[in-house]
Design a protein around this ligand. Structure first.
Ligand SMILES: Cc1cc2nc3c(=O)[nH]c(=O)nc-3n(C[C@H](O)[C@H](O)[C@H](O)COP(=O)(O)O)c2cc1C
Length: 192
């Protein structure tokens, strides 16, 4: 998805910055990469469905970006097809900043982190809010069984581009579940 990613992000001011700092030529290769259409392949789908959280940026009417964390059990962000992902939006502090922003401007940007393996995926998408009465089947599909949260709506994201970032500067971090899995796989220390 490097070409679509470049189409979205390489705005005139970004191109000017690339020119100023001498990276314009190396970045131009992204603009001519052959693409096969679907933004999400198998690697992206597996990565997305293994996440237990992500950072989501929205934009308000004034042009201010707003980043908020969305979390849940691993797999709560679901791949619906090769260009659509979605999640059940839980009740929170009832300020509705992200939802309100999405209603004004459907553009969102996500960063999905895998700290343990030092990987991250960036996603650009168009957001659509869906309430239970509009599509109960979709809400049922996105619901997270046995998780203590009240689902208020579904957020469906039509992915326009996805791009992997390099591992540079990601400090490895591990969840309790990952630490327990590592500990369980270690041989116990020998008794003297
Ligand atoms: C009772 C309650 C209080 C919360 N208070 C805050 C808060 O003061 N600041 C904050 O950033 N998040 C708070 N949260 C978490 C947010 O509600 C949650 O991150 C939510 O997704 C925010 O969505 P929004 O920023 O898109 O409106 C609270 C959650 C609950 C359930």
């Amino acid at each position: 998805m490097a070409r679509r990613f470049a189409e979205i992000t390489f705005t005139p001011s970004v191109v000017a910055a690339q020119t100023l700092y001498g990276s314009r030529t190396s970045n131009q290769r992204f603009e001519v990469i052959e693409e096969d259409g679907d933004p999400l392949g198998e690697a992206e789908a597996r990565f997305i469905e293994a996440r237990d959280g992500f950072y989501q940026a929205t934009v308000n009417e004034e042009g201010w970006p707003y980043v908020q964390f969305r979390g849940g059990p691993a797999g709560f962000l679901k791949v619906l097809d090769a260009k659509t992902i979605g999640y059940a939006d839980f009740r929170g502090n009832i300020q509705y900043l992200s939802v309100g922003n999405m209603n004004a401007n459907d553009r969102v940007s996500l960063i999905l982190m895998d700290y343990a393996n030092r990987r991250r995926l960036k996603i650009w998408a168009r957001a659509r809010i869906v309430h239970t009465q509009q599509n109960p089947e979709l809400l049922a599909q996105l619901e997270v069984p046995d998780y203590k949260a009240r689902v208020e709506r579904a957020v469906v994201l039509t992915v326009e581009a996805a791009d992997w970032n390099c591992p540079q500067h990601i400090t490895p971090r591990f969840t309790m579940a990952e630490i327990e899995a590592i500990a369980a796989s270690q041989d116990p220390p020998e008794r003297i």
